[in-house]
Design a protein around this ligand. Sequence first.
Ligand SMILES: Nc1nc2c(ncn2[C@@H]2O[C@H](COP(=O)(O)OP(=O)(O)OP(=O)(O)O)[C@@H](O)[C@H]2O)c(=O)[nH]1
Length: 610
Amino acid sequence: MENLINLVNKLQRACTALGDFGEGSSLPTLWDALPTIAVVGGQSSGKSSVLESVVGKDFLPRGSGIVTRRPLVLQLHRLEEGSREYAEFAHQPKKRFTDFGAVRKEISDETDRETGRSKQISSVPIYLSIYSPNVVNLTLIDLPGLTKVAVEGQSDSIVQDIENMVRSYIEKPNCIILAVSPANQDLATSDAIKIAREVDPQGERTFGVLTKIDLMDKGTDAVDILEGKAYKLKFPWIGVVNRSQADINKSVDMIAARRREREYFANTPEYRHLASKMGSEHLGKVLSKHLETVIKSRIPGLQSLINKTIIELETELSRLGKPIATDAGGKLYMIMEICRAFDQTFKEHLDGIRPGGDKVYSIFDNQLPAALKRLQFDKQLAMENVRKLITEADGYQPHLIAPEQGYRRLIESTLITIKGPAEATVDAVHGVLKDLVHKSINETAELKQYPSLRAEVMNAASESLDKMRNESKRATIQLVDMECSYLTVDFFRKLPQDIEKGGNPTHSIFDRYNDSYLRRIGSNVLSYIHMVVGTLRHSIPKSVVYCQVREAKRSLLDHFFTELGAKEGKQLAKLLDEDPAIMQRRMDLAKRLELYKAAQTEVDAVAWAK
Ligand SMILES: Nc1nc2c(ncn2[C@@H]2O[C@H](COP(=O)(O)OP(=O)(O)OP(=O)(O)O)[C@@H](O)[C@H]2O)c(=O)[nH]1
């Protein structure tokens, strides 16, 4: 059974060490899922005294007015008989306190560090662990006392602030409420009972503790309450007699105080029959037992909460990506990895694993042929144009046999118009590649993390694509120029000659410009052009793929990588300038994940042992 409270103690310690204080943050909290016991009551009702009695040690700051000004999370760890007792604060993890007077001073100093020396309060808890053979395993939270009026030096809101702080602790369903009320005041006015009823109307998690029984007016007693006849709660009330202020001043030690308390209940006739169920030692045992029962019932829920949260944390962490390496080599490697991931995505688009690459083929299959068709060569080779170019080419000396020069000019001037569709094809493919770069950048999750790297990769890829476009234009235009610069001799040799067709070779010079002659020249040129266009329709896509698509797949970021190699650590760090909020979030998540994983191991071990 002890295991169970030990487990919760361990988990709470891990929570404290890893920054899970259960406060409202965007991270999941394990702390809130763990059962705790909070001590509430009016100011000077005896809360700290009850705590000290349960611990059996004198270690809490004392005085009149508001003393407890920050929540004190007190973990009690039982040691073997004969072990030396000591205390440790979470804010001074390496320091062991064996002098409990020094513990008291540190609580007081640590309170002041947070609130200043004013009488203000703070909701930031102080975490204290006490290891002793004289304690039971328990975690208790001492809270500032509820009050009705602000004293000098306090803001008017303090009354409400304290109430809100107390409520924030005790409203959690896992909180067991130790409601401390002084017996020398009317219970009907007890702040502790009032606020406990508010958050736990059925009294399922409220333990009533009656202090200052020894200070009740003569002739009055608390028997009705302690016997459960008045102010009945689900669990029986427990009466305690703590040290009076005079005892404290005289430094009456706790062992003596406990003995006196035992004697008080055993020897006071009204309470003698209740003696075995009264006193701080009994209170400690009851709480410990109750806590065990609660923890036992919560273990299955705790396990599923832990498992679920681990999945959630891991999912978010993987969404945020890996943390940035600290050294230059690690950074360079990381950038290269990210770039490679982008490059891979880009290739997948072109290779059909992802969509978009088919648009390139559509340009070759639809756009280019349509553009070539639109050139309307027959209009360019209309008779008038043929006549104009032939006569211009002949100059002062009309051609004798065949209009060689005229043919050349006609062919050249027609072929030159193919440059337009050729260039448009290059530009259209460039547009598709640019789109795919954009898409791939958006689809590379790692690039989302680093806006500067994303911009640089985008620029580098765009620059490369621009260069490839220029090279592709040069090569494609060259294809057209090549067609212009050398005509296929065979084609013309195979053309039927006038004479073979029964024409009259003795035409006069002027007959050589007649309509049917020119029309034939036009039609010869047109069929030659068609033959060339047929070739270019295939060679332009080949050139474009060679210069742009294939090159983009091979070396889109080559230049960027070369530049990257020359960069220093600082420049690389600039590229990985992740949003600081994300860095922080990743660190927080990792810490919380560590906590939950440790908790999983601990809880599973106890669950198996049960
Ligand atoms: N005689 C007697 N005095 C008690 C008893 N319980 C507490 N006192 C005295 O009441 C005063 C207040 O007790 P604390 O334990 O400091 O009360 P508290 O509720 O912790 O006070 P704050 O933290 O300031 O709200 C101290 O002087 C105690 O000695 C008791 O059972 N009998």
